[in-house]
Every structure is written in C-alpha cells, then in structure tokens.
Design a binder for this molecule. Structure first.
Ligand SMILES: [Zn+2]
Length: 223
C-alpha cells in the first residue's frame, strides 16, 4: 500500500489517517525504524481500505445542486455558482456559472438557475433522443419532462417517453444511457435479456452508467 510518511520528532506513536482525497498519511516518531512502520501499516490495511471506500462513496454522491454551498453540477462538471448584479442572464465560464437576476436577489437567482437547468436538460435530452432514435431505427412518441425523485426515464405502452430533466447534472455518457434505455423499450417493453442486449449494442459501457445512477439517487433526493 502506498502512503506518505512524515517523521515527527515530537510525536509519541505511529499514526495513520486517510485524507479526503483517499491518500494515506502516516506520521511516526523520528526514531522508529522503517520496518516497524511497514508492519504498522500492514496491520491497518483493512481499516484503510474501508476508509478509502467511504471517502470514494462520499465524493461520488456529493450533491449535484447545493444552493447553500453554491455549487452545481452541469453535464458532469462541478461549477461554483456566483450571483452577479448585471443584466438578466446566465453564463457558463470554465469554473463557475454566473447568475444575474434583474432583482439581484438570491432567491430569484436560484429560481432563474433552476429554470435554466430545466431548459438545458430538455434541450440535451431532445437532441440526444433524436439522434439515437435515428441510429436505433425506432420512432418514439412525444417526449415529456419531469422531475422525479427516483426515476430517470420511462416509456409508456404507447411509446411516450418521459425523462427526468435533472439528468442535466450528469455527464453526456450518462444521459445517453438513459435515452438509449428508454428508446430500447420501444422494441422490448420489458427488461428481458433481449432488451439488455439491444441496450448494450448501442452502449457497451451501460453497466457503468447504471451503477453511477443508482448511487446518485440518494443525492438527488436532497436537492
Ligand atoms: Zn427500463
């Protein structure tokens, strides 16, 4: 196992910790031989692995939209939200999204940003559905958009498709998976082997996106 060793003259014992980024740090008194440190790390390996898994999970399920912390995820990238006092508009910059409501009020900025995210979500999903439908040679009925707590998309028996516009928070590969999934239901109105084979044909890494979305459900409930 890799770790960063820091020698401290004053410390009385060997200590190990897992940082927020999953790195392992070990501090040890200057006189303790390397062999003992190695042994200490080895005995704590299970604990370290468990901590690292926890850190990873925490990082993965960070909220997609946190107004208090002023962060929002847009197409899989995290942006800082900045409220400005200019003309009424929203701008996407490399690291931040600036929101400028006419009133300059925070609550209006939030409303404005949500409306914008919703419109962006609809646009992305519409465009992607149109091109995947062509490739998959299926004809979907009208598209509808909702904000559901636990569903990303659905396909009715009449092939009307519904999508969760909150997909806008995730990277395009994830949006594509949900679109492909619902379009595949036009051919197979079930989750049979044939259905999954069709999904895989157009999205070979679909398993990855499924796992990702399952983990994300929790964080969506909060925002
Ligand atoms: Zn399904």
């Amino acid at each position: 196992m890799e770790y960063q060793l820091k020698r401290l003259r004053r410390s009385g014992s060997i200590k190990i910790r897992v940082e927020a980024d999953g790195q392992v740090g070990v501090t040890a008194p200057a006189y303790v031989p390397k062999l003992l440190i190695e042994r200490f790390v080895k005995t704590n390996e299970t604990w370290v692995k468990r901590q690292q898994a926890r850190v990873r999970l925490h990082r993965e399920v960070q909220p997609v939209f946190d107004w208090e912390q002023k962060v929002v995820s847009y197409l899989g990238r995290l942006y800082k939200i900045r409220i400005m006092n200019q003309e009424s508009r929203i701008m996407v910059k490399p690291k931040e999204i600036t929101v400028s409501p006419v009133t300059g009020l925070g609550k209006d900025a939030k409303k404005m940003l949500v409306t914008w995210l919703k419109r962006e979500g609809e646009r992305e999903i519409r465009e992607r559905s149109a091109s995947w439908a062509r490739l998959m040679q299926v004809t979907p009925g009208p598209l509808r958009f909702r904000q559901q707590k636990s569903r990303w998309g659905s396909c009715s028996h009449k092939n009307h498709l519904s999508f969760n516009w909150r997909l806008i928070h995730f990277k395009p590969a994830v949006i594509d998976y949900v679109v492909i999934h619902e379009l595949a239901h036009i051919q197979h109105h079930d989750h049979s082997l044939k259905f999954w084979q069709l999904v895989e044909q157009f999205d070979p890494s679909y398993q990855q996106q499924r796992t990702f979305l399952r983990k994300r459900q929790l964080s969506l409930l909060k925002s």
